[in-house]
Design a protein around this ligand. Structure first.
Ligand SMILES: Cc1cc2nc3c(=O)[nH]c(=O)nc-3n(C[C@H](O)[C@H](O)[C@H](O)COP(=O)(O)OP(=O)(O)OC[C@H]3O[C@@H](n4cnc5c(N)ncnc54)[C@H](O)[C@@H]3O)c2cc1C
Length: 290
């Protein structure tokens, strides 16, 4: 199918894009990589009158070392994040998760801002920004605000963004020393959206976990932190008994949906199994278990 007739506006600066968004309100949608929006247009599931194409705004695509955090512009392509030495060194969870998004041609176009603003429950980035406790910078003609990742995802394909706001930057805290991470997921075929996935970011001191962050995607209406499982690992360590208890806690905490790809029960079991895999992998990488 082809999209309905619409106008495409191509601002060359952020200020111009914000002004257009303010002027056209609900009638307009920002266009980033188009990897989610264009299929929705083609299926007529989204019918904006106007697209505001962000692809000419060079200032929105960057990965910068900002001291204790990495600043990533919303229009940064997923492929640039995958290839970034800075991201690999300072936020390895983000780099590992990026390699599991779709296929290379999609990552060449798709952007981190588009993925987060799209808020697909099965997407990797929402789980990553929750586990890394990122902040999301959003701007409109009314000004700028910073939203903690935990407050950004509200429902399926729904975020805290107002219609006149653009996501402009993602603030990614650098992984602390002594920390380790793992992103594991299960998809029916390589490159498909995950049936479920786990982002694990764990800090160890003297082989004991001191800060445990576990987030899940694909097992609810939004990505979410698995706090009961986090508390068990932080309190009881990464031995087999603790991992088993954390897996059970995670499985009972999620409320997945059934669809043609997998039942809710299967996704719940996957969540438990993958908590074990992710925690073990992170602990192995830290040299805490062999
Ligand atoms: C075959 C296929 C497989 C895929 N598999 C995966 C997968 O496994 N995992 C995964 O995470 N994703 C997957 N994707 C989606 C892909 O990662 C998309 O690139 C991503 O979800 C959207 O990014 P985009 O830049 O293309 O955004 P677009 O499609 O351009 O936009 C998506 C939405 O976000 C809005 N938007 C975009 N940028 C902004 C902004 N800066 N501020 C406010 N709103 C904005 C748009 O208006 C639109 O509503 C897949 C896509 C395809 C086609």
């Amino acid at each position: 199918m082809k999209p309905p007739l619409l106008d495409i506006l191509t601002p060359s600066s952020l200020a111009e894009a914000l002004s257009l968004l303010s002027e056209h309100g609900d009638e307009a949608r920002p266009l980033a990589g188009g990897q989610s929006l264009v299929p929705l247009l083609n299926f007529r599931m989204s019918r904006p009158a106007i697209l505001i194409d962000l692809n000419q705004i060079a200032d929105l695509a960057y990965i910068k070392d900002a001291g204790d955090y990495i600043a990533i512009g919303a229009m940064t392509r997923e492929r640039s994040i995958e290839d970034s030495d800075l991201v690999r060194k300072e936020a390895p969870l983000l780099q590992e998760a990026t390699t599991q998004i779709a296929h290379l041609p999609i990552r060449n176009r798709g952007t981190i801002g588009g993925s987060l603003a799209n808020a697909d429950p099965a997407a990797e980035y929402p789980a990553v920004v929750l586990a890394l406790e990122c902040e999301l910078v959003v701007q409109s003609v009314r000004g700028e605000r910073r939203i903690k990742a935990a407050a950004f995802f509200e429902d399926v394909l729904t975020t805290a963004l107002e219609p006149d706001e653009l996501l402009t930057e993602i603030i990614v805290p650098k992984a602390p020393s002594g920390s380790s991470s793992a992103f594991v997921e299960i998809a029916r075929r390589h490159g498909d959206f995950a049936l479920a996935g786990i982002a694990a970011q764990i800090t160890f001191a003297n082989s004991a976990p001191t800060d445990v962050r576990l987030a899940v995607c694909g097992a609810g209406t939004t990505a979410s932190r698995l706090t009961a499982a986090e508390e068990i690992i932080q309190r009881d360590g990464v031995g087999p008994e603790a991992i088993k208890a954390a897996s059970e806690a995670a499985a009972s905490a999620v409320d997945p949906m059934s669809d043609l790809h997998a039942s809710a029960d299967y996704r719940r079991r996957l969540t438990g199994v993958m908590i074990g895999q992710a925690v073990e992998k992170a602990a192995q990488r830290a040299g805490v278990i062999s």
